[in-house]
Design a binder for this molecule. Structure first.
Ligand SMILES: [Zn+2]
Length: 268
């Protein structure tokens, strides 16, 4: 099994390159209005200007634009299927197909295989343990940290579509609250029952929380994740500084129209 995975790494690299090529082409077609809509949802649009803390935030925005902004009933990835014939490369077509079924969630890393990837558990949807091919994560992540991100599966290889945002105890607690509140509001027992558009709302809230807790800054740090000032490695217990304030009097990120302090942010 170990050996099988090692040769799969080469296949993973080919597919990863195909994904990067396809994404670069799609990203060029994101229009201003889509950027604006996504930027607003993720808390990046402030006073009509898009503000990015760093490059990872921009990657997260592009990813959200491709998968979670709808025009009619289709996201940008689906609208691209009309032009699938333009993709002459077999891997690119495989990737385009996999992109239709990609999903966003928070994953817990249960084990690492350096140079290859990590075993992960889906914290929000029921699923079997997966093997995520990701060389960066395999060499850097501490094993009990959770990551928010989107995964897809092509040729039996599971990979992420973009930057994975770390969640720590406090932001995870908040994300779980928000997911539970949103499911109740949408009258669903679990995320599985939500419509795609409702899932996109949940994804926006999850990303908002991660960014509020400075997740995108940590992504860029040396391996393993380290505190910005002390350079000490951090674990799940780490409490990152709240860089985008979640004010108790602000409308809650779950969209309930209640104040954050009286809704998902209660008993912090
Ligand atoms: Zn709420």
């Amino acid at each position: 099994m170990f050996g099988a995975k090692t040769c799969q790494v080469e296949r993973y690299k080919q597919l990863r390159n195909a994904l990067n090529r396809v994404c670069a082409r799609f990203a060029e077609t994101i229009t201003e209005d889509i950027f604006e809509q996504a930027g607003k949802k993720l808390g990046m649009l402030r006073k009509k200007a898009m503000i990015f803390d760093n490059e990872s935030e921009f990657d997260v925005l592009v990813d959200y634009c491709l998968y979670d902004v709808y025009r009619g009933n289709r996201n940008l990835v689906e609208r691209w299927t009309d032009f699938a014939d333009e993709l002459t490369d077999a891997d690119e077509r495989l990737i385009l197909d996999a992109m239709q079924k990609a999903h966003y969630s928070i994953f817990k890393i249960t084990g690492l295989e350096p140079g290859m990837g990590a075993r992960i558990e889906d914290c929000l949807y029921e699923s079997e343990e997966l093997f995520l091919y990701d060389i960066n994560i395999s060499n850097s992540a501490l094993s009990d940290i959770r990551f928010g991100g989107r995964i897809l599966c092509a040729d039996d290889i599971v990979m992420t579509t973009g930057a994975m945002l770390p969640f720590f105890q406090r932001s995870m607690w908040l994300a779980e609250n928000v997911v539970a509140t949103m499911c109740r509001r949408f009258k669903a027992k679990s995320l599985t029952e939500l419509t795609r558009k409702q899932k996109s709302e949940v994804t926006a809230a999850i990303i908002y929380i991660a960014l509020a807790y400075g997740a995108s800054r940590l992504v860029e740090f040396r391996a393993p994740f380290a505190n910005e000032t002390t350079n000490e490695p951090v674990g799940y217990e780490y409490e990152p500084e709240e860089i985008r304030r979640l004010h108790p009097k602000d409308p809650c990120i779950c969209g309930s129209k209640k104040n954050f302090g009286a809704c998902c942010g209660r008993n912090r």
